[in-house]
Design a protein around this ligand. Structure first.
Ligand SMILES: [Zn+2]
Length: 383
């Protein structure tokens, strides 16, 4: 195999993370992540653009929600249309029409959740595509090569995700392999304009998470993710994992909690020092007629909205909130495609307002108060 010459991320001036404020009472941080395609104010929420599209929205609409960075899925794009096709069409930014920063995941989570007959060895994974059953191989080196072809700004290392809860020995083995694979990904990098984030694994064991975080921190990545969560574990278990991992991650690098989650999980994670989030919840729930609000979730198909002239939320600037609840309900009842589009736009705007509020609260030293206000509103359930 041809050896590529690795370069030092630490010496790369294209990416940086600057802490602007730290909350006095919690571990919450306010920062800015600088990339070649622009700054990302943190804590930040990244809408999920699985197939090179944030489902149901144009990129202009995604931008209008307040999003600064989006996510693309390596597994999906590599299977269809193929990384070479995306590369031929100018890379993921030109292909999708999103000119801001893009983070691509490595496919580790989809190997675990979607692919069929996945076989993992030290070399990598062999699996069958969930689309047409064809056989694919994904090694740490190949995962980076694909993400370089896609041209994302941040690439994720390939990690070994296992089901939870699981036997200690299995979780530990996958965690140790994840560290070895992270080192291989780092050595395979050849594009200075693409940063790599490592992924902390270790199941629900806070000590193993702490060990994994410390091992990866020694490799000096420009950012770190906490992965393998949001797979059905209790919220308290997830918070314990964050308590285990976050203190062992470098202060001067962004921390990204992958695939999480509900608005309450996001604030609990910010509280513990997490900076970046992604989740399909706002768009998936939007498509299914569920809206997030400060007074709890609203089920848009409910008969009680039929003649309701009020907007979903008075203070929300999104296009859905320019119309009445009665109109939004009508769109869903009539099976109109504008319904899912408008509610996806509202939910993404809601998540952006949530993290914007958190950023302001941290800067003003009142994150704890902000967190309690939000929690109180959600629990009221009178939306
Ligand atoms: Zn709205």
């Amino acid at each position: 195999m041809e050896r590529r010459r690795p370069f030092s991320f630490a010496k790369s001036l294209m990416f940086s993370f600057r802490l602007l404020a730290a909350d006095a009472h919690t571990a919450a941080r306010r920062g800015v992540f600088t990339t070649p395609r622009g700054d990302v104010q943190t804590p930040a929420f990244m809408p999920v653009g699985t197939q090179g599209t944030v489902k149901g929205l144009t990129m202009d609409m995604v931008r209008a929600t307040g999003a600064e960075m989006i996510l693309g899925n390596t597994y999906h794009l590599a299977l269809r249309p193929g990384a070479e096709v995306v590369q031929k069409l100018g890379g993921l930014h030109r292909f999708s029409g999103w000119d801001g920063p893009i983070l691509t995941d490595s496919g580790g989570f989809q190997l675990f959740s979607l692919a069929q007959m996945t076989r993992i060895s030290e070399e990598g994974a062999v699996f069958r595509s969930h689309i047409d059953g064809s056989i694919f191989e994904l090694s740490p080196e190949r995962a980076i090569e694909i993400q370089e072809q896609l041209g994302s700004d941040v690439a994720m290392v390939l990690d070994h995700v296992v089901a939870l809860p699981n036997e200690d020995a299995i979780v530990r083995d996958a965690c140790e392999r994840t560290v070895r694979w992270a080192a291989r990904c780092r050595a395979a990098a050849r594009r200075p304009e693409q940063a790599q984030f490592a992924i902390v694994q270790g199941g629900l064991n806070p000590e193993l998470r702490a060990w994994c975080a410390a091992q990866l921190a020694e490799l000096q990545f420009p950012g770190y993710a906490i992965g393998g969560l949001s797979v059905g574990e209790l919220p308290e278990d997830m918070y314990r994992v964050l308590d285990g991992a976050c203190p062992h991650l470098p202060q001067n690098a962004p921390r990204y909690l992958m695939g999480v989650g509900r608005p309450e999980d996001i604030l609990e994670a910010i509280r513990r020092g997490v900076d970046l989030f992604d989740c399909v919840m706002p768009t998936r729930n939007g498509r299914n007629a569920l809206a997030f609000t400060d007074r709890g979730p609203v089920r848009m198909r409910n008969l009680k909205h039929a003649t309701d002239d009020r907007p979903l939320e008075e203070q929300c600037p999104c296009p859905a909130c320019g119309r009445s609840r009665g109109y939004l309900r009508h769109l869903f009842m009539a099976g109109e495609m504008l319904g899912p589009t408008l509610l996806s736009a509202h939910n993404l705007t809601y998540y952006q307002r949530l993290v914007t509020g958190a950023r302001d609260a941290i800067a003003n030293g009142r994150f704890d108060e902000y967190h309690r206000e939000k929690q109180h509103g959600w629990e009221s359930g009178d939306a």
